[in-house]
Design a protein around this ligand. Structure first.
Ligand SMILES: [Zn+2]
Length: 461
């Protein structure tokens, strides 16, 4: 930590005063105090007092979920910490969180900090802050406009991750497991599953050739996209040996057994058996073990976890299940995972697709190339009886759905989400899956209400 300057104190006190005023006005101080402090003192993050243990979480998908699970488990076990749960995950948000965690002399009040860090912001954060541990959940292509491509993001991470930081990375992700090659690393993995395949079922695979020698990689199995187990036939590049391997998953009992590097096994309770969430939970368990939590303490936390409602919810209404599943627009991987869920979940289904990247909160939109990286083909399935498209992107999405081979008679659409929902044919349907964007929470509620109205009407007929 460098010596605190007068500028630093002016920035700190100004930011603290600003936070108080914002609170009095009933506004959320998510990034403004940090932005203010950084504008006065550019190396503010370097000077401010920090917790002894800094846990960083980055990666394309799952950052927020992983942070929430770490925080909930720490809280359950009476640990005191600061976090940017309600703040932004870029430099100004992180500065805001650090400001809230220090006293007026700039000294840290709590021993642990849990920080979600946007993978593109590491260049503005890591020169000034060294995480003790950094989880990288995975690296996939994301919004092309914001994130370019995975090699770019992996390169940024490798360039800026401090050498002293211990990394916790997904061994089954060949892009993520290879960042920062000189750092100490702990790898986690999920052992081969019955659902793994010999061929890749997705359009997008972000690593195809060996980054060392450009030879085509050989996959032992695919899980989804580039996740799986692979090696280069020409050099030593390949899936690293994992330190923690989830080698037994009991979906009915919701238990996961983890084989540790000392060959002992431990059983954990998992609230959700969706593969993405299992990876997230595995990352959380490995991290919590590093900072000294026992198996019992971790299980106490995990047992009580709930997946946030805005990401997934289900309810039964007069015999029909209504499921909401986040399908993050501009993020082809997150959308593909949601569409695959719609395909594989049981029953006869209607899928309502509402990708809303034109929403004003989406902060400007990009071209629709991402829709062509997304596996809309999953929606072309016998168990999906109807695909309903709504939202500002509905015309673009219709083209993509047709290209995926969904028969015309199964497709219904309308820009307005309630009018589109009115076209649902609920005859013989067990489940309606609403695949919605981050920005269409209110629209999703209106779709749910319309569905309930229609189900009720159908009952009384
Ligand atoms: Zn090679």
């Amino acid at each position: 930590m460098s010596k605190k300057t007068l500028k630093f104190y002016i920035a700190l006190w100004g930011a603290k005063a600003g936070s108080i005023i914002l609170k009095l006005l009933g506004r959320n101080a998510t990034y403004f105090p940090g932005k203010f402090a950084l504008s006065i003192c550019p190396n503010f993050i370097e000077m401010i007092g920090k917790s002894k243990t800094i846990i960083g979480v980055t990666g394309t998908n799952g950052k927020t979920t992983v942070c929430n699970m770490i925080e909930d488990t720490l809280r359950e076990n009476n640990y005191k910490f600061i976090d940017n749960k309600y703040g932004s995950n870029i430099d100004s948000g992180i500065a805001t969180t650090l400001i809230s965690g220090v006293n007026l002399t700039g000294k840290a009040k709590k021993d642990i900090a849990v920080l979600e860090i946007d993978e593109r912001s590491v260049s503005k954060v890591f020169p000034y802050l060294t995480p003790t541990y950094l989880i990288c959940t995975n690296l996939f292509r994301d919004s092309l406009m914001r994130n370019a491509h995975t090699e770019f993001i992996a390169g940024v991470l490798t360039k800026y991750i401090p050498k002293q930081t211990k990394l916790i990375v997904n061994a089954d992700d060949l892009i993520c497991s290879n960042i920062a090659p000189d750092n100490e690393k702990i790898y986690f993995s999920i052992d081969k599953l019955e659902t793994d395949t010999e061929k890749c079922n997705n359009i997008v695979r972000d690593i195809i050739v060996c980054p060392k020698c450009n030879t085509k990689l050989e996959y032992e199995y695919y899980r989804y996209h580039h996740i799986g187990k692979a090696h280069c036939p020409n050099c030593d590049f390949g899936t690293p040996k994992a330190d923690y391997i989830a080698n037994k998953i009991d979906i009915d009992k919701k238990k996961m057994t983890i084989l540790q590097k000392d060959e002992t096994q431990e059983e954990y309770d998992i609230p959700n058996t969706n593969i993405i969430n299992m990876y997230n939970m595995l990352a959380v368990i490995v991290l919590l073990k590093q900072i000294g939590l026992t198996q019992e303490q971790i299980n106490n936390g995990l047992k009580k976890l709930k997946i946030v409602e805005t990401r997934y919810s289900e309810e039964e209404y007069e015999g029909i299940k209504i499921v909401t599943h986040l399908a993050k627009g501009m993020n082809p991987i997150a959308c593909s995972r949601a569409f695959e869920y719609a395909k594989t979940t049981d029953g006869n289904k209607i899928a309502i697709v509402l990708v809303d990247d034109l929403h004003e909160d989406a902060k400007g939109t990009e071209n629709i190339a991402w829709q062509y990286d997304t596996d809309f083909e999953f929606l072309n399935d016998d168990t999906i009886k109807q695909v309903i498209i709504a939202g500002p992107r509905y015309l673009d999405t219709i083209v993509r759905i047709r290209m995926a081979g969904v028969p015309e008679e199964k497709i219904a659409y309308e820009k307005n989400e309630v009018e589109a929902t009115a076209k649902a044919n609920l005859e013989g349907i067990d489940k309606v899956v609403i695949l919605h964007d981050l920005y269409s929470i209110e629209e999703t509620e209106r779709i749910k209400n319309k569905l309930k109205e229609m189900i009720k009407e159908k009952e009384t007929k």
